[in-house]
Design a protein around this ligand. Sequence first.
Ligand code: ADP
Ligand code: GLC
Length: 486
Amino acid sequence: MKILMLAAECVPFAKTGGLADVVGALPVALRALGHEAIVVMPKYGSLDVARYNIGSFFDQMCVWMGNTEEWCAVRTTTLNGIPIYFIESDKYFARPGLYHDENFNDYGDNPRRFAFLTRAGLQLAHDMGFAPDIVHVHDWHTALAAAYLKIWHWNDPVLGKAASVLTIHNIGYQGKYGKEHYDYIGLQWSNFTPDKLEDHGAINFLKGGIQYADLVTTVSPTYADETRTPEYAHGLAPYLNDKGANYIGILNGVDYTQWNPATDKFIPAQYSAEDLSGKAVCKRELQKRFLLNVDPAIPIVGVVSRFAEQKGLDLLAGAIESIVNNMQVQFVILGAGDKGLESFYGGLPARYPGRIGSYIGYDNTLAHWIEAGSDFFIMPSRYEPCGLNQIYSLKYGTLPIVRNTGGLADTVEQYNEATGDGTGFKFWEPSAHAVYYTVGWAVSTYYDRQHHIAKMVQKAMAQNFSWENSAKAYVAAYRQAIANRE
Ligand code: ADP
Ligand code: GLC
């Protein structure tokens, strides 16, 4: 099969979250199964052109938007055997941020930027004669490709046979914008109706994508179930339910070439399930790096996260001080986002010296250090479509403490105090209270039942969430989409 992937992020070129990890890894796994995938994404201002050997492809490409023509250039490189194409438009993508400025204010022209990216990606496939069987789009940014295909390209000699698959990585971000952008987006006013692209007077990119896509997926089976209910779907449950068997959950894989303690180049010492001595070195170095009391006997709880409502770090904020006041435990926190949480977590090391360390910002090396050096990894998410960090944690023998939602529910197995079975500690209630008691449960297990911890670490490290299985599930989904299209 030929697959055209359109996305706003892809590792290693541009990343704000797990979306980039998925777009970077899935095409490689598809290729290993004998399929041909290409990726189209923006050339952001932050892209390191020299480092990735990015050359020019088209000096000029004309893209018709609804009421105007836009011009851009296209650049390209190959990574892990996958051709990556970058849409170069100084007007839209030269600025440093992906979606927002340094104060986390969304760029006002985001609907135009991503409608343009989407249209340009299809135009590129057309101009280079790449006739995809599948156009696979991700999140609201490129969701409209499904609509463009049906409204504009149904008769196209190159794109006319393509079926569309939309993957929802996070239904909390839908791309809702004022209808003043609709002429530019160019999907005909006759389609600006509540059953298609209109949402309470606004344009809703994700809703439009859901309506037009031949198949919709999300990134875990539990999140697929949850988003069929009003509590989790942010208004879109009826439309997802309408898709019936054409809305499915496929668990993400993780890239073990990047996240494996036996080969990880970032961490102070490598280790494996057979020989965990390197993990002790990682713990000691982590304690030093974050100015914690250097003591192998005290458990460390790690956090690596965007500071967003979704992640529930306000719940941890409500519990962390009583936790460190009442338990012998240390915390290491890495994250950025919400300004209130940044100042709260940024201020904790000064108030709890030796017990809490934090770094406010984005730092991939530190993320690896925390996965390797911590004993536990906490994700108190209100919702979590898949979550990658808990899967990395398992591989690093760092037991996850998670709320039982979405992909967290699907990847972490609850500790059984009678047998020592399981891979982590789960709670259900989204409250500071539940966070407090579940961390307490993990910490007391650490001190009182070390043999259970050792057993869980072995089981966690033996889990396999590699991309191969997920890619096979996507291939089956692609076939279903093609059948629907026909
Ligand atoms: P989401 O995409 O919702 O943020 P995921 O768990 O799917 O959540 O993916 C998060 C990814 O981003 C992981 O690879 C994680 O290591 C990385 N990440 C998040 N915040 C930071 C940070 N502050 N520094 C480094 N890496 C981070
Ligand atoms: C989103 C979700 C996260 C998921 C990632 C990759 O960012 O918040 O749970 O792992 O997408 O699919």
